[in-house]
Design a protein. Structure first.
Length: 460
């Protein structure tokens, strides 16, 4: 049986146009004017006036991750369920072996966490938190397993590797057509500032979190990474970019001729650092993430960079903890588990701010949420576009709807949303994953049909 979505506007990176969409099995068969004899064989779904986006891709999630001596609230089941409800049909999570473990072990572990449990399709990036001949010898096997993107950290002792190791890893990845996303914050100075804040009696104050990790110490790490990438002659991705100073460093590297891709997240676009000044511990601690949420001016700079195509993707860095887990840091801000839930709300929050405040065009929203992540992470044109032959991953977005986001309504096990009380412009009404209706009327009606995606090489 075919499905015909009739009356909608198909959105792509170039804008939107009136077109009906015919789905056959898992694929889009054709779009535009559908011949009556084909329409007659189809189940017709009226989507009059709705936007049809290619399924959103969240290329930065952390499900079922052990961190800060606890485990994220969302595993692959609740995480992917909350993803699909928000229109995200693909997540790319970070497989994360510990130092001393092989990449193969990490990959196997992530398959065990995810396989058979997902409501949306999924792939993995591989974390490189150690660099030696043995790890390097595993890279070809990773590419064979469909892993073409990697993650490195310039901070966090458990995961960071030195500058020389970053340089060697970037060269080895480039030689294979791979790429790395890098968490850029200065490690040593941030640790020294944390020690100072604690010594001055501010160790229980949530505001110490953003104070210890200022924008320029992120920019310093961005600058250093980009100089290492210059030496390695390798492209890189700066993940969860938060501020103007970092964007300045990225612009300078591009002027030198370097290839740099940039990701940001909704929390850096729709919130500001005022959230840390709430006198109630729990109200402030829920926003602790790294890098921290920055100023209004930084948020403006990110939107401007999105408009100019200098920031390519908006992912979430979904890394959810309950408020009880956040409470572990009541006496010591460094023990607050860092991370926010967001996989469920990304599409609606980004659409709302983009359109209400004229920050980004509809095509720009589509590029940041779907098209560019598909291209950057080797999924295009199977994902990231509604076109003949593509997977029928489709978000039916009703621009006439509106609702208020509440933590209590979320499928995420975090139990709160950083966007509590946010009124959406429009809303996700239906979501199709490979032709199957997974969400209807804002409710998940489908099952755990998500499949592992072997990804190709970067094509952005
Ligand atoms: Zn992350």
């Amino acid at each position: 049986m075919k499905t015909l979505l009739r009356g909608g506007y198909v959105v792509s990176g170039r804008g939107c146009r009136r077109a009906d969409v015919l789905i056959d099995g898992e694929k889009v068969e054709m779009l535009g004017h559908i011949p009556p004899e084909l329409a007659a064989q189809s189940e017709v779904v009226d989507v009059t006036g709705c936007m049809l986006f290619p399924g959103f891709i969240d290329a930065h999630t952390h499900f079922d991750l052990d961190v800060c001596s606890t485990t994220t609230a969302d595993d692959f089941e609740s995480g992917s369920k909350s993803a699909i409800r928000g229109g995200t049909t693909t997540v790319i999570d970070f497989a994360c072996p510990n130092k001393g473990e092989s990449l193969a072990y990490g990959l196997d572990l992530w398959h065990k966490k995810a396989d058979g449990k997902c409501y949306c399709d999924y792939g993995f990036h591989m974390t490189i938190d150690d660099w030696n001949e043995s790890i390097e010898s595993e890279l070809d096997a990773m590419f064979d397993a469909g892993i073409t993107s990697f993650k490195m950290y310039l901070t966090y002792p458990a995961m960071m590797i030195g500058d020389g190791a970053v340089y060697r890893a970037l060269k080895a990845l480039k030689a294979r057509g791979g790429i790395a996303g890098v968490h850029c914050e200065n490690a040593g100075v941030i640790d020294a500032r944390i020690a100072e804040l604690k010594a001055s009696g501010l160790g229980a104050d949530v505001v110490s979190h953003p104070i210890s990790r200022p924008d320029y110490l992120e920019a310093e790490a961005v600058s250093r990474l980009l100089r290492i990438a210059q030496a390695a002659e390798a492209p890189v991705i700066i993940v969860h970019t938060t501020n103007r100073a970092s964007l300045d460093e990225i612009a300078a590297a591009r002027r030198r001729g370097q290839t740099v891709y940039v990701e940001t997240c909704p929390q850096y676009l729709a919130l500001d650092d005022g959230v840390y000044y709430d006198p109630d511990f729990s109200s402030a601690a829920r926003y602790v993430c790294a890098p921290p949420i920055r100023s209004q001016e930084d948020s403006e700079a990110l939107w401007k960079a999105l408009r100019r195509g200098e920031v390519q993707t908006i992912s979430t860095d979904h890394c959810s903890f309950t408020l009880e887990q956040k409470d572990m840091g009541r006496d010591d801000f460094t023990k607050i588990p860092g991370g926010l839930p967001g996989v469920e709300t990304r599409g609606e929050v980004v659409y709302t701010v983009a359109i209400n405040e004229n920050k980004l065009s509809l095509g720009g929203v589509c590029r940041a949420l779907s098209e560019n992540p598909a291209k950057l992470y080797g999924l295009y044109p199977r994902k990231g576009v509604i076109a003949a032959g593509s997977d029928a991953d489709i978000v039916v977005y009703d621009p006439g709807a509106s609702h208020v986001l509440h933590g209590a309504d979320m499928l995420s096990k975090a139990g709160y949303t950083p966007f509590e009380g946010f009124r959406t412009n429009g809303g996700v009404s239906k979501v199709y994953l490979r032709g199957q209706l997974q969400v209807d009327g804002g409710k998940v009606v489908g099952g755990k049909m998500g499949e592992y995606l072997k990804r190709g090489k970067c094509a952005l």
